[in-house]
Design a protein around this ligand. Structure first.
Ligand code: AMP
Length: 196
């Protein structure tokens, strides 16, 4: 990111096992902005048995979404931290049109806005194949849960895609390419926002 650039606020969308987490990590290093992943944050709350953790454990184990209000608080606290001043890469949020609205309001209050939304495209059969090949599964990655999480994701994906496309923010990338090519394609798509 050029020193003159004030901030780079990115949203990363993509199905589970699309390589989104890996890409988000690489991109957060390249752009020097924190990787804010709601799934990781929530699982850490569960592992540490915090009050929030015990509230969300059951939903996470089932692959269901946790209530909007809980995620809102979690994200707001995270975005207020100093390391988000120059931007952030949101991974796993928003996951619905309602959450997109909540995020817009939250960012407006902070005097900020989304600059680019990256959508990693990977078809269902490829996702299911990748999940099966993963040697060690998380407890929430049994077949039925994988299918349920994918179904929940797809249900919301099209409306989010439409929303961000309408706003001219969407960068779509084919997630079936090699890891390096995906990174390159994302950076190319985000380039305009970085140098703006
Ligand atoms: P992920 O690692 O992003 O797939 O998230 C793991 C689990 O955390 C999901 O299956 C949900 O139960 C929960 N979760 C993560 N992000 C959100 C979100 N934005 N809204 C609701 N639930 C979420």
């Amino acid at each position: 990111m050029s020193p003159a650039h004030r901030s780079l606020n990115l949203v990363f969308l993509g199905p589970p096992a699309s390589g989104k987490g890996t890409q988000a990590k690489v991109l957060s290093e390249r752009y020097e902005i924190p990787h804010v992943a709601t799934g990781l944050m929530l699982r850490s709350e569960v592992e540490r048995s915090t009050a929030l953790g015990s509230q969300v454990k059951e939903s996470i184990d089932r692959g269901a979404l946790v209530p909007d209000e809980l995620i809102r608080g979690l994200i707001l606290q995270r975005l207020l931290r100093e390391d988000c001043a120059r931007g952030f890469l949101l991974d796993g949020y928003p996951r619905s049109i309602e959450q997109a609205g909540i995020l817009d309001d939250m960012l407006a209050e902070l005097g900020r806005a989304i600059e680019r939304v990256i959508l990693l495209r990977v078809p269902d059969d490829e996702i299911i194949r990748r999940q099966r090949e993963r040697g060690q599964r998380r407890p929430d990655e049994q077949d039925a849960v994988v299918t349920e999480r994918l179904r929940t994701y797809r249900e919301k994906e099209s409306e989010l895609r439409e929303l961000y496309q309408r706003r001219g923010l969407l960068v779509e990338v084919d997630g079936r390419q090699s890891q390096e090519m995906v990174t390159e394609a994302v950076m190319h798509g985000v380039g305009a926002a970085v140098s703006a």
